[in-house]
Design a protein around this ligand. Structure first.
Ligand code: NI
Length: 186
């Protein structure tokens, strides 16, 4: 089932999401399926719980559409992160353009650390501690930020913030159009 994606200005995007009791969470598999389906429909590579109105610490990522000869490691990168916690960030900061399904039409360069360590449960409730670098570390940090109520526009330079301010105000007022199902604050 395709879920509506909550748009900038909706208060759920600013809440700090909570860990879930994964073993007893009702319809967890269905939620995961719905999140992937919603993400694919919107041509995204990542989607976090708050973006579908949930205050739960879960996000999904699938980089396989971006796999290439240069990035063969993306081919199998379809993952579910439940109760995710980044335990370490390191490496040099890199500035790379990002977008977000909750902030349609805005793409800005965002500084992120080059390496993260993250602990999480997968869809089978197996626990993992993994290290990611480069673009994978970036996508994980972007989705992880959603769990803490942080959006990529929070990280952009003061000048760029001024440049996108009016677009963001429009979104807060519900003046936004995109070709996937959305829910605005008003
Ligand atoms: Ni996002």
């Amino acid at each position: 089932m395709i879920l509506p994606i909550y748009i900038y200005g909706h208060p759920v995007l600013r809440k700090v999401a909570q860990d879930i009791d994964a073993a007893n969470y009702p319809n967890l598999k269905e939620l995961i399926d719905n999140m992937f389906e919603t993400m694919y429909r919107a041509d995204g590579v990542g989607l976090a719980g708050p973006q579908v109105g949930l205050e739960e610490r879960i996000f999904v990522v699938d980089l396989s559409p971006m796999a290439s000869e240069e990035y063969p490691e993306f081919r199998d990168f379809k993952k579910v992160f439940i109760n995710a916690h980044i335990t370490e960030r390191s490496g040099e900061q890199e500035l790379v353009e990002e977008g977000c399904l909750s902030i349609p039409g805005i793409h800005e360069k965002v500084p992120r650390e080059g390496e993260v360590r993250i602990s999480y449960l997968d869809e089978n409730l197996q626990s993992h501690q993994e290290r990611y670098t480069g673009f994978m570390a970036r996508v994980i940090q972007h989705e992880y930020d959603h769990l803490d109520g942080i959006l990529f526009t929070d990280h952009i330079s003061p000048l760029r913030k001024r440049m996108v301010k009016s677009k963001l105000i429009h979104m807060e007022k519900g003046k936004v159009s995109c070709d996937y199902k959305i829910r605005t604050a008003r």
